[in-house]
Write a protein that binds this ligand. Structure first.
Ligand code: NAP
Length: 166
């Protein structure tokens, strides 16, 4: 990927699903710092340590499954709904705005034209609201939603243990 970047064919190169231990390994070899790291990110999986680490190295974080993936389960959380009600917007707007306010790229997905359009809306959130959202996981709501059976450990503290070879 670095060769492709150096050839001028692409403007930026990035990674996805890279945890701190793997980024540390890559850091020994990279000549170009990845522009972006796309990971599952939302108030139930805020990845505070990874955010701090990427901020220090100038790697932009990009949030996938920001609404909690299929069926947008985070939208029904009472505390997220309360913040939405207080701000007069939908829970989806709060979940999208959470990232925008933290300088994170956000990648919501929808098959509905109306939702694709409304998911572009972001609002400024108060420190109080951001603190509540940032603290939900630590309060017992921590949940990683996308753990496909890739068969190896991605190095995140909450990733499933790899299957032991017989
Ligand atoms: N790099 C990776 O390993 C990785 C892994 C997973 C996902 N991703 C990427 O991340 C993007 C988003 O992830 P995702 O699809 O898992 O999760 P998501 O965007 O958190 O959630 C999508 C779900 O939320 C619903 N939804 C979207 N907007 C809504 C709204 N305004 N109100 C109510 N419901 C709404 C969608 O239903 P409707 O379609 O019916 O609106 C769909 O069921 C995708 O483009 C995907 O390619 C990357």
């Amino acid at each position: 990927m670095e060769e492709v970047y150096k050839s001028g064919k692409v403007k930026a190169i990035g990674v996805t699903n890279w945890s701190i231990p793997y980024l540390e390994e890559l850091r020994n070899k990279w000549t170009i710092v990845p522009a972006i790291n796309q990971v599952e990110l939302h108030p139930f999986l805020p990845q505070h340590e990874l955010k701090e680490y990427c901020d220090k190295l100038g790697i932009l974080l990009e949030a996938y499954s920001p609404l909690g993936s299929t069926g947008a389960p985070l939208m029904t959380d009472p505390e997220i709904q309360q913040i939405a009600k207080k701000n007069g917007v939908s829970a989806a707007t709060i979940l999208v705005s959470y990232h925008i306010n933290k300088g994170v790229v956000v990648l919501p997905n929808s098959v509905s034209e109306k939702r694709i359009s409304s998911n572009k809306e972001g609002i400024p959130l108060s420190k109080e609201d951001l603190d509540v959202l940032d603290g939900l996981a630590a309060k017992g709501k921590a949940k990683r939603i996308n753990t496909p059976l890739w068969g190896f450990d991605l190095g995140f503290a909450d990733w499933y243990a790899p299957a032991k070879s017989q």
